[in-house]
Design a binder for this molecule. Structure first.
Ligand code: GAR
Length: 193
């Protein structure tokens, strides 16, 4: 059974979908802990599912390295086989990425390498593209630049706002993320740098 730690910053709707998938008896992975870089709304989902959680507040540390060191210490306590960044809106320090690489995956609301970074949905809208997408990637030491594990195109509608487009992207992200975790757990998908 693959053990998974999930890191979030926000509402955790993708986390919730993963929690629901992982409680099905035939799902080959289990979420062992949920972590956040702030007092994230999504931590409530962990509580509801009886999964332990922790917060390492970014703002409480002098720099990214110090924050990452504590985050790594907390993660190590659970010895996860895989770390899923599910809306974690912080870059992990290189030392933490190197420690777990390539066993860290990230979901992103765009068709990478298009529109990397913190505003994937907003940037796609601003560029006026007709389609964007959702991606699940391996985290490397760049910004959303790691190997792509799964991705799918999603059309942009003429009257889309950042919110409506993001709400259409998220269900696709969830499906891709659950499938990627399942395939990693079964060995169907091998992670590489
Ligand atoms: C998701 O769309 C995720 O891809 C995005 O944050 C959202 C989190 O939603 N992450 C990034 O943009 C990372 N660059 P959720 O908290 O409702 O799951």
């Amino acid at each position: 059974m693959l053990t998974v730690a999930v890191l979030i910053s926000g509402t955790g709707s993708n986390l919730r979908a993963l929690l629901e998938a992982a409680r099905l008896p035939d799902f080959p992975a289990r979420i062992v802990v949920v972590g956040a870089d702030r007092d994230a709304e999504g931590l409530a989902h962990a509580e509801e599912f009886g999964i332990p959680s922790f917060t390492v507040p970014f703002r409480a540390y002098d720099d990214r390295e110090a924050w990452g060191e504590e985050l790594g210490r907390r993660l190590d306590g659970w010895s996860p086989d895989l770390i899923v960044l599910s809306g974690l809106m912080r870059l992990l320090p290189g030392s933490l990425v190197a420690r777990y690489s390539p066993r860290i995956v990230n979901t992103h609301p765009a068709y990478l390498p298009e529109f990397p970074g913190a505003h994937g949905v907003r940037d796609a809208l601003a560029a006026g593209v007709e389609q964007t997408g959702a991606s699940v990637i391996v985290v490397d030491d760049g910004i959303d630049s790691g190997p792509i594990l799964a991705q799918e195109r999603i059309p942009v509608m003429p009257d889309d706002t950042e919110e409506t487009l993001h709400e259409r992207i998220k269900p696709v992200e969830r499906r891709l993320l659950i499938d990627v975790v399942r395939r990693i757990a079964t060995g169907e998908l091998a992670l590489t740098h």
